[in-house]
Design a protein around this ligand. Structure first.
Ligand code: SF4
Ligand code: SF4
Length: 435
């Protein structure tokens, strides 16, 4: 066992209201410079929707992440550092500015100067670059306007994968928000694909950074990152990415996005992991076993053997204690309510998500109780608004069983706490039923 420390984050999606405060405060702090106009180290996606940049999850198109070769070994879809060094002048597969978004404003003239007429005038978006009416029909979060309609949002790569199972009538549409930052992966494909060796993972806390002096602007990392969380600063000619706010972390402050989050949904903290187990876990052949493999790499910070090995590895005592206080390991491994985003990319992401339980409203009993009351709990789980298949495609490579297990735990906790808050007798069979 080779113990290392890693900064990690868990986001509770039921609490995200899509206010974008995190994105704006991050941008004000880190990416309000020239050449970074389109860059959002933190963004909040509408689901269903195309994400940001548009359709970044379509790895057939962008060639991000790792795959297993015929011998079962990890291979970069984008090409490894050596191959990329020999082909540095070939074009990286990168989203265009239209896939990020063309900066726009609205044609307010039509609102203020339109003559009286039968229909309400519409302020159409117009490009801030050309001044013309926008030629595209999409930009980041415009999916909001589709109100989660699967009929209207067919370009969501996740939705496409489950389209045979998830067919919703208009009344059953669903929508939730997915905030995203760089995953600070344990097995980062951005670093492995950089011909200049400019991207590195800090040994002390696992934060992945771009050395601006070494970066030569080849942009192979943009192709290599399956989450498309590396951006190219066309003014400096260098790649830039989320830094997990390391200058703040180093003085004991949380990341800007976590500190300013209106929903208080971002948990950050240290985890301890077994560095010797990373590649084996990322190489597990069956994609449905990747979740357990990735959970298994993270070590129980209260296990005396882990503590001993961590001390032997030179991890400071106060860091070990920080990992013991951190909620991250517990949310992932003890309560098993947090899931990784797209584990099938095999980069071992370190930003995990508690999936949205969403309103449980479909089951209403004769007594007037709703689906969140204990008597209806498990029946209600069968009638969730957000299809489990869709969440599974995001978090468990399509395996619905672990997602259902998480949702049952969340529902159990919600109804158990409701009983306590209402001063009712608690049903002790509920915690036992969901483990
Ligand atoms: Fe690298 Fe971050 Fe992309 Fe992971 S999510 S591959 S660490 S840029
Ligand atoms: Fe969601 Fe928090 Fe960001 Fe608002 S600040 S969009 S609640 S993650």
């Amino acid at each position: 066992m080779r113990v290392m420390a890693q900064m990690a984050m868990v986001m509770n999606l039921d609490k995200c209201i899509g206010c974008h405060t995190c994105s704006v405060t991050c941008k004000q702090t880190w990416t309000n410079r020239s050449g970074m106009e389109y860059v959002w180290f933190n963004n909040v996606e509408t689901r269903p929707g195309q994400g940001y940049p548009r359709t970044y999850e379509d790895q057939e198109r962008w060639q991000g992440g790792w795959k297993l070769n015929k011998r079962g070994r990890l291979t970069l879809k984008a090409g490894n550092r050596l191959k990329n060094l020999m082909t540095i002048f070939s074009s990286p597969k990168m989203p265009s500015i239209q896939d990020y978004y063309e900066p726009w404003t609205y044609d307010y003239e039509t609102l203020t100067n339109a003559p009286l007429q039968e229909h309400t005038p519409v302020a159409r978006p117009k490009s801030l670059i050309s001044g013309e009416e926008m030629s595209i029909s999409w930009s980041a979060n415009w999916d909001d306007d589709l109100a989660g309609s699967t009929e209207l949002a067919p370009s969501d790569p996740v939705l496409q994968k489950v389209s045979d199972k998830v067919k919703l009538e208009f009344e059953q549409t669903f929508m939730f928000y997915l905030p995203r930052i760089c995953e600070h992966c344990l097995n980062p494909s951005c670093a492995a694909s950089c011909p200049s060796g400019a991207i590195y993972k800090r040994s002390e806390d696992g934060i992945v950074l771009v050395d601006q002096d070494t970066c030569r602007g080849w942009r192979k990392c943009v192709t290599g990152c399956p989450y498309k969380k590396i951006y190219f600063n066309h003014r400096t000619g260098k790649a830039e990415k989320c830094t997990f706010c390391f200058p703040r972390i180093e003085v004991g402050l949380p990341t800007v996005c976590a500190e300013t989050c209106v929903g208080r949904l971002r948990y950050i903290g240290l985890v301890l992991y077994d560095a010797d187990a990373v590649l084996e876990a990322a190489s597990v052949e069956d994609e449905h076993e990747l979740l357990d493999a990735q959970r298994g790499v993270l070590l129980d910070p209260n296990d005396p053997e882990v503590v001993r090995e961590a001390e032997r590895a030179g991890i400071p005592r106060d860091w070990i204690e920080a990992a013991q206080r951190s909620p991250i390991w517990s949310l992932i491994n003890r309560y098993e309510v947090a899931l990784p985003l797209h584990p099938e990319y095999r980069t071992m992401p370190m930003v995990w998500y508690i999936p949205p339980l969403s309103p449980v409203v479909d089951v209403v009993s004769d007594t007037g109780e709703d689906g969140e009351d204990s008597g209806n709990l498990f029946a209600a789980i069968e009638h969730l608004r957000i299809p489990v298949e869709y969440l599974a495609e995001l978090f468990t490579a399509g395996d619905t069983a672990p997602v259902t297990a998480v949702l049952k735990r969340l529902a159990a906790m919600r109804s158990y706490m409701r009983d306590i808050n209402l001063g009712r007798e608690t049903d002790e069979s509920i915690p036992a039923a969901v483990g």
